[in-house]
Design a protein around this ligand. Structure first.
Ligand code: MF3
Ligand code: CO
Length: 294
């Protein structure tokens, strides 16, 4: 078929592991995907589509990931160091039988990313970094459990935060709802990104181009790349079983970023303006989507 893999006979077992006959399972979907491919659409390889067993595994991983962020939410405040957050994440995760996915990922030195104020993403926790009243911070947690990956992030406002920053955090959160309106079978990933972009621009903000969401499940980062500067009516076709993240980075000022930090990780806004990010993980279902991690 379009993805270079074979097609079972109508009465053979479906490739997805459901145990059902192919004609009662993925046959119709596959033929529609084949047609879309022939019409020039970007179509997910069937290997990207998660089986019900995969989804169960991802949900167990996500339960820990959600738990970690809830644990952080209960404790974070003025005086917390980002190094402390890193230890909370590590301890909670391993106590629940899982491993923080960032630790040693491509040489990343800690268990979580903590991105404060003008830090766009990949802030490295440190005992020298004390959160103060008025800061906004993204805590980005990723977990691997039983070989399954989960990934989500939240913003936290430390004490009393300026109305300007509060609004940035709120609008970025709401941009996810705009994105989710486009997540349904046979939708296009470009429409998901475009919805975020339009909403951010309406509020006078800019959207980071260099980073985006991603497929996830059996690996930390899989196809597709989910851009938030995408054009409408472009990109990968959404199909039940596709698991990916939505994680826009939205700047109060200009969209340019600075990646020159000598640590090789920390990304900042070029103009030093505050920036926000929220991340959720979901699976496309027969009638829309189901959130997996938040
Ligand atoms: N959690 C990030 C994401 O959403 C990835 C961080 S990679 C790390 O994709 F190594 F910096 F942790
Ligand atoms: Co992610």
């Amino acid at each position: 078929m379009y993805d270079g893999e074979g097609q079972p006979g109508r009465n053979d077992e479906c490739w997805c592991g459901s145990g059902r006959k192919y004609k009662k399972c993925h046959l119709e979907t596959d033929e529609r995907l084949q047609q879309l491919y022939e019409q020039g659409f970007e179509v997910p390889a069937r290997g990207l589509l998660k089986t019900p067993a995969d989804i169960e595994g991802i949900k167990k991983s996500a339960a820990v990931n959600i738990g970690v962020l809830d644990y952080v939410a209960e404790r974070i405040g003025p005086g917390t160091t980002t190094g402390e957050i890193d230890r909370w994440v590590y301890d909670y995760t391993v106590e629940h039988g899982a491993v923080p996915a960032p630790l040693d990922y491509e040489g990343y030195p800690k268990s979580v990313c903590t991105s404060v104020n003008e830090v766009v993403c990949h802030g490295i926790p440190s005992d020298d970094e004390v959160l103060a009243e008025g800061d906004i911070v993204n805590v980005d947690c990723s977990t691997v459990l039983g070989g399954y990956f989960s990934d989500s992030s939240r913003m936290f406002c430390i004490g009393e935060v300026s109305p300007e920053k509060q609004e940035l955090v709120r609008v970025t959160r709401e941009s996810l709802d705009k994105a989710l309106e486009h997540v349904k079978p046979w939708g296009l990933i470009g429409d998901v990104g475009r919805a975020v972009n339009d909403f951010a621009k309406e509020h006078g903000y800019s959207v980071v181009r260099e980073f985006g969401g991603h497929g996830i499940g059996l690996e930390f980062h899989e196809d597709p790349f989910v851009s938030f500067v995408a054009q409408a009516k472009t990109g990968m076709v959404l199909v039940p079983g596709l698991v990916f993240t939505i994680e826009p980075m939205i700047n109060l000022g200009a969209q340019e970023i600075d990646m020159s930090d000598p640590n090789g990780w920390t990304v900042r806004t070029k103009d030093g303006s505050p920036t926000a990010q929220w991340e959720i993980q979901l699976v496309v279902t027969e009638d829309g989507y189901e959130l997996l991690s938040w």
